[in-house]
Design a protein around this ligand. Structure first.
Ligand code: HEM
Length: 181
């Protein structure tokens, strides 16, 4: 069963660095094309794509620690454990990593366009997004640890870590919508 899941199409088998470069290149090219074709209206289109990328990033960041919780109960070497490894790797490499790159590139472009770099709410949002990116790196390291059967963290630890992206998301969305200061 795990063998069936590990047979991936050629495009999906590209290295993580190559996929990240593709995500970055496509985002920059699409943003440049939108600016060229749409002029001032590009801002709202880019913001829409930013929100779509954020939804994908957050979906992965909320689901990955749930997988870690279930993975804790799967004995090392079992078919279940091998299946979790594939699910975790695919979620990270195919969804979470590209979505984070697109979110950052478009978010920084929006901030530059609207001149938000001197706004107080934006500084706090940026700090919260850096926190979210740290959690992303922490989860990526856990995917590697599980893949090499050396996870030492408990299901309780992953239940607590599961709340980190949720709390940061609440802060970020309130800041960017309300812009209280
Ligand atoms: C990765 C770094 C990020 C940067 C640099 C960034 C920056 C920005 C900027 C400058 C805007 C435009 C605000 C406006 O036009 O009023 C925006 C919109 C938005 N961002 Fe981000 N953002 C980032 C990540 C996130 C994250 C992680 C979330 C949610 C968890 C998020 C949620 C939103 C939402 C909901 C909007 C639309 C707000 C509105 O139109 O009122 N952003 N972002």
């Amino acid at each position: 069963m795990a063998d069936q899941i590990t047979s991936v199409p050629a495009a999906a088998a590209a290295s993580p660095a190559k996929r990240a470069a593709i995500a970055l290149g496509v985002t920059v090219a699409a943003t440049a094309a939108a600016i060229f074709a749409l002029g001032d209206a590009a801002y709202l289109w880019v913001k829409a794509v930013h929100v779509i990328a954020i939804i994908s990033w957050m979906a992965g960041m909320l689901y990955l620690p749930r997988l870690f919780i279930y993975h804790c109960d799967a004995p090392i070497g079992s078919a279940q454990s091998e299946t979790f490894k594939v699910m975790e790797r695919r979620l990270l490499q195919l969804i979470i990593n590209p979505a984070m790159i697109v979110s950052w590139v478009l978010g920084l472009w929006l901030a530059w366009q609207a001149d938000f770099f001197s706004s107080g709410w934006f500084h706090v949002k940026l700090a919260a997004v850096i926190g979210l990116s740290w959690a992303h790196g922490y989860f990526a390291a856990a995917v590697r640890a599980y893949r090499e059967d050396r996870n030492t963290k408990t299901a309780r630890h992953w239940r607590i870590m599961n709340e980190v992206p949720t709390l940061l998301m609440i802060v970020i969305v309130m800041l960017v919508i309300v812009k209280p200061f």
